[in-house]
Design a binder for this molecule. Structure first.
Ligand SMILES: [Fe+2]
Length: 358
């Protein structure tokens, strides 16, 4: 399996993960006439799909939670956000079972290095981002040995960290062009607004609420809305800040294309200490695949390969299936384990757009 953009679809590709839109199954895993659906998918707001083809056959792309858990969480989240918009009091009991399912999935998959990005349609971004931020937050907290009760509080805070955006003008929120300074200031209000919105919810702890208020604060005090040094805040808030940033960077937004995992991790490392808690950034990096399974990479001997599987604790040295030689001619695939051949390194990652022929 591998992730490709719709513009790269080829006739031999089969859909490797079912696609859902507004909670409905629209294309089932195994669909083999994908190119016929490309335009319709594009119109629905999809940009990427997971496919199986001759170079990616047999490669698994692990997710921290099951597809069923992810889909049902997004469905219930949609309903809950609707309640926040339309009701004066919001009950979270429907969501608590889903939170338990996410936590159970995460606790039962301790060995896994997560490779999967949610590739929902663009109008589903809010829900996909909320669930992914929650999953990444829980992965960090699991590393730190959090209790189940603390994981639940963290998950509830992470799911609603951006809830204040329901009160922000969608035209400004989804603006493609650069924001005017007053517009940027206006969007920052989603933090204080979110904290207020969450007061509608009686069964949410204060710790979960303050995540919405403080998730854009920075370690050096350069964040917003208060400019408090994030080190003075509860660690739960700092965890969500790391997870939120990573997922925003690896997602397509109306104003920029997604970054690859390697670029997003480098960004977190570069800004550790000033913006992010270094301890949490390193805990996070241990949980995710820097070169995700299924991504096309270039090796230092100029051969091209596809990442087959991870070597635990050595994220820079996965197992590679080599698919092309140094002259970019396709070869009969063979595998090399970068833990065994230390003279070769990965020099370029997720180079799909440059290597159209694959
Ligand atoms: Fe936010």
């Amino acid at each position: 399996m591998r992730l490709i953009s719709l513009s790269m679809l080829k006739p031999d590709m089969v859909l490797a993960k079912s696609l859902y839109h507004r909670d409905k199954l629209i294309l089932k895993e195994g669909c083999d006439d994908l190119d016929k659906h490309a335009n319709a998918l594009k119109n629905l707001g999809f940009d990427y799909v997971y496919v199986e083809d001759h170079i990616s056959q047999g490669i698994e792309i692990p997710d921290a939670i099951s597809e069923e858990t992810r889909v049902s969480c997004k469905r219930i989240l949609r309903q809950t956000i609707d309640d926040f918009e339309n009701k004066t009091v919001v009950d979270l009991s429907d969501l608590s079972e889903t939170i338990h399912n996410i936590i159970d999935d995460i606790l039962s998959n301790e060995e896994m290095q997560v490779s999967l990005n949610d590739i929902s349609a663009s109008d589903e971004y809010t829900f996909a981002h909320s669930v992914s931020t929650t999953v990444y937050s829980l992965l960090i907290a699991r590393q730190l040995g959090y209790s189940k009760i603390m994981l639940e509080k963290l998950a509830a805070g992470a799911l609603f960290h951006d809830i204040g955006k329901i009160l922000i003008d969608k035209k400004i929120l989804n603006k493609v062009e650069n924001l005017e300074p007053d517009e940027a200031e206006y969007i920052k209000q989603h933090t204080t607004l979110g904290y207020g919105v969450l007061k509608k919810c009686l069964n949410l702890t204060e710790l979960s609420r303050i995540v919405a208020l403080y998730h854009h604060e920075a370690m050096d005090g350069s964040g917003y809305p208060t400019g408090i040094k994030a080190g003075e805040l509860n660690e739960v808030v700092r965890i969500v800040t790391v997870a939120d940033t990573y997922d925003a960077l690896v997602s397509d937004r109306c104003y920029r294309q997604r970054w690859n995992s390697n670029q997003a991790v480098n960004y977190l490392i570069e800004h550790a200490e000033t913006k992010y808690d270094t301890k949490l950034v390193s805990a996070f990096i241990r949980q995710i695949a820097i070169y995700p399974n299924g991504s096309i990479i270039r090796l230092s001997d100029n051969c091209t390969g596809i990442v087959k599987e991870q070597n635990k604790n050595f994220p820079l040295r996965p197992v590679i299936r080599v698919i092309a030689d140094a002259n970019e001619n396709e070869v009969e695939a063979y595998e090399i384990d970068l833990m065994k051949i230390l003279s070769i390194t990965i020099i370029e990652s997720e180079i799909e757009s440059n290597f159209i022929k694959y």
